[in-house]
Write a protein that binds this ligand. Structure first.
Ligand SMILES: [Zn+2]
Length: 173
């Protein structure tokens, strides 16, 4: 079996469906499939780079601006008082997927997240319907060129097998 292609690049290319909350020409943001809190979002550059050592400054700056937009939405729509912004680069830092990603993690009082040992925090059980509800609440529409609007098709649902592999990959790191 050959090497599997980068899972985040497949999300960018719409080969794997994701719960997208923001997209423009440089970045895409979607809900984490293993959220620490409801609304836990990942922001990634569309250009495949592994980590903070490789990412272009322009992309990095833009990701942070998008992180602010999403944080504001999360605060407004998902009853969060705060957010943690988190990024892991390198195996030693427990980076799971080798494609740069910035976590935006909503925080609420008594949410059970122990930030000193965040990796011990239980992943929140969630489902497609719940994630869709969150997308509805926090999705930020970007302006599209008319031809893109026409081309856009309804994303298919993720198959159970795909969900299984994505979860496995995220769990195994
Ligand atoms: Zn990639």
């Amino acid at each position: 079996m050959g090497e599997r292609p980068c899972i985040f690049c497949q999300i960018i290319n719409k080969q794997i469906p994701a719960k997208i909350v923001y997209e423009d020409e440089l970045v895409i943001a979607f809900l984490d499939i293993n959220p620490l809190a409801l609304g836990h979002t990942l922001i990634i550059p569309k250009k495949h780079v592994e980590n903070i050592f490789d990412i272009e400054e322009n992309d990095l700056q833009h990701i942070l601006v998008v992180a602010k937009k999403i944080s504001l939405k999360i605060k407004e729509k998902l009853q969060a008082d705060g957010v943690n912004i988190f990024q892991a680069s390198g195996k030693t830092a427990e980076q799971s997927i080798p494609h740069f990603h910035l976590h935006v993690i909503p925080r609420r009082k008594d949410d059970g997240i122990n930030w000193n040992q965040w990796w011990l925090t239980k992943i929140k059980k969630t489902n497609d319907k719940e994630l869709d509800e969150i997308v509805k609440l926090i999705k930020i529409e970007t302006e599209k060129k008319p031809e893109e609007e026409i081309k856009e098709e309804k994303p298919r649902e993720r198959t159970e097998e795909e969900t299984y592999w994505i979860r496995r990959e995220l769990e195994l790191g």
